[in-house]
Write a protein that binds this ligand. Structure first.
Ligand code: GLU
Length: 308
């Protein structure tokens, strides 16, 4: 091989709000297989940025579950709770460009403003921020040190004009007008926690992630992340959103709807279940053998498409 033109780095980025469940193993396995099939690196990032939702010890449990399933990261895991300075730096950059502004609205304030505007749209249970605190003129705001705890939002009207387009390796061309579909989303909350959107973008760039492989339930966040990458001058990785494991009721499995912790006392059984969701045949034998066979299948799978 000559000089490396495209070094593949993938990642699995669980939130330690509980142990892994059968659905999260699908994303972990898919990102691991894609990295191995590309002879790339695979990293694990603990997304413990939303501190109130994190459960003590869940990070350790997740790392043990991955290990039991033979999914070993190529570098020590990264904890987002240790990276606040990097997120603040990114936020400061957006503030300096007039792309972020402070917001003191409570949920009730937002609901009232929406009612006044005759707006009823709610997206996945989230309110579409009506822009009440958005400054009328673009100013590099000096309010970062205000005494009152404030949230910070992205000016989606300035960060992106019209629809943000991106390509998914499985779902094909995607687009979303973030300003109208989502509104000015939160970068940092009033309680001081940085948002998932900001942290994920800063860290995917810091870890030189070339390919994000994650569950399809997260696809809807991608346009927001692409918008932020552009505003921060960061590269956009390739994206592959995998099929989801659905519960008996047809809904995706999640900790919120009571998905059971992944039982790793029979790791091959857990992996076989995840592999089936990815269209890979169940294997017998050892975990290491099964993973090796699946790397071969992955290269023939429609989910695999090597870099152009
Ligand atoms: N931490 C997110 C979650 O567990 C995943 C983030 C990502 O893969 O971009 O849902």
């Amino acid at each position: 091989m000559g000089a490396e033109t495209h070094r593949y780095t993938g990642r699995f980025a669980p939130s330690p709000t509980g142990p892994l469940h059968a659905g999260s193993l699908v994303a972990a396995l898919a990102s691991w297989l894609d990295a191995r099939a590309h002879a790339g690196q695979w990293l694990v990032r603990i997304e413990d940025v939303d501190r109130p939702r994190c459960v003590a010890g869940a990070d350790r449990l997740i790392l043990q579950q991955l290990q039991a399933c033979g999914l070993h990261p190529d570098a020590p895991p990264l904890w987002q709770s240790q990276r606040s300075a990097h997120y603040q730096q990114a936020l400061d950059h957006l503030i300096a460009q007039g792309l972020a502004y402070p917001c003191h609205c409570s949920r009730r304030d937002i609901e009232n403003a929406m009612l006044r505007n005759g707006q009823t749209a709610v997206r996945h249970g989230e309110l579409i921020y009506p822009g009440s605190c958005r400054p009328a003129v673009t100013v590099a705001s000096a309010l970062a040190t205000a005494a009152e705890p404030l949230a910070w939002r992205l000016r989606t009207d300035l960060a992106g004009k019209g629809a943000t387009a991106w390509q998914d390796r499985r779902l094909g061309p995607q687009q979303q007008d973030v300003a109208t579909a989502v509104g000015d989303f939160v970068l940092k909350r009033a309680d001081g926690c940085f948002s998932y959107q900001l942290a994920v973008v800063v860290d995917d760039a810091a870890q030189t992630i070339s390919d994000v492989v994650r569950g399809e339930d997260l696809a809807d966040n991608t346009a927001r992340q692409v918008l932020l990458q552009r505003a921060l001058g960061l590269p956009t990785p390739r994206y592959l959103h995998t099929p989801l494991l659905l519960g008996a009721n047809g809904e995706k499995l999640s900790k919120q709807n009571g998905a059971q912790a992944l039982d790793t006392s029979h790791p091959l059984a857990a992996l076989n279940h995840a592999a089936t969701v990815l269209g890979l045949p169940a294997q017998a034998g050892s975990v290491a053998q099964a993973l090796e066979v699946w790397v071969g299948f992955w290269k023939m799978s429609p989910l695999y498409n090597p870099s152009p």
